[in-house]
Design a binder for this molecule. Structure first.
Ligand code: DGI
Ligand code: FE
Ligand code: FE
Length: 194
């Protein structure tokens, strides 16, 4: 296991910018901490964190070309905001280049940007770790969200989606259908329905 981690880190160091590599280390470690607090498998969480942004530093045009080449479907929103593709291309590379066969790890990588309804603990761990890792400093309510991550992970997912959607609306960025669907799913637990 440790051997595999060393090789992956070495490879990522070549593929990512120094800032992105640093972020990746922060996410991987935060995944371990969240896995501990939930009694989930620490190594699998670490691996998901390690590989989640492995496709992030591929130029946008190349992201599109590579998805097309490998028949990964691209939505209209993804053509408008190609950076979104780093999640599905990342899951693809995790399987093909890093030989990850664990479907839950691959799916956690695939949905780490938009989330998806009814995520498993591992998927939520990565989704949350990506947002709260120690190197992050810009998001609103970061302190509250960090505290919540170790109390109620599901509520934490809801808080992140709420702030992300507000941020995207304010910036006028197109919203991926999956981000909206994920929010609708998680809000039902925490907002009273009329
Ligand atoms: O790759 P990272 O920067 O570490 O983090 P990420 O994969 O969660 O990507 C974060 C960015 O993705 C952030 O600026 C918000 C944006 N994002 C999340 N959901 C959507 C989205 N952008 C668009 N256009 N539409 C979405 O639905
Ligand atoms: Fe990402
Ligand atoms: Fe990330």
């Amino acid at each position: 296991m440790e051997e595999q981690f060393i090789l992956i880190r070495k490879h990522l160091k070549k593929k990512l910018t120094p800032d992105r590599y640093q972020h990746t280390m922060g996410v991987a470690h935060t995944c371990e901490c969240l896995a501990m607090s939930l009694g989930e498998d620490i190594s699998r969480a670490y691996l998901a964190g390690l590989l989640h942004d492995c496709a992030k530093c591929i130029p946008d045009e190349e992201k599109i070309l590579r998805c097309e080449k490998h028949h990964l479907p691209i939505t209209e929103i993804e053509y408008q905001s190609p950076y979104l593709l780093h999640a599905k291309l990342g899951a693809f590379l995790a399987k093909k280049k890093y030989h990850i066969e664990d479907e839950e790890i691959l799916s956690a990588i695939q949905c780490h940007t938009t989330g998806k309804p009814a995520m498993t603990n591992l998927e939520m761990i990565l989704f949350v770790a990506d947002y709260i890792e120690p190197g992050r400093d810009k998001a609103l309510h970061l302190k509250e969200i960090r505290m919540e991550a170790f109390r109620d992970l599901k509520y934490c997912v809801y808080m992140i989606l709420k702030d992300t959607l507000e941020y995207l609306h304010k910036k006028g960025n197109p919203i991926d259908e999956m981000t909206e669907k994920t929010f609708q799913y998680y809000r039902q637990y925490f907002e009273p329905v009329e």
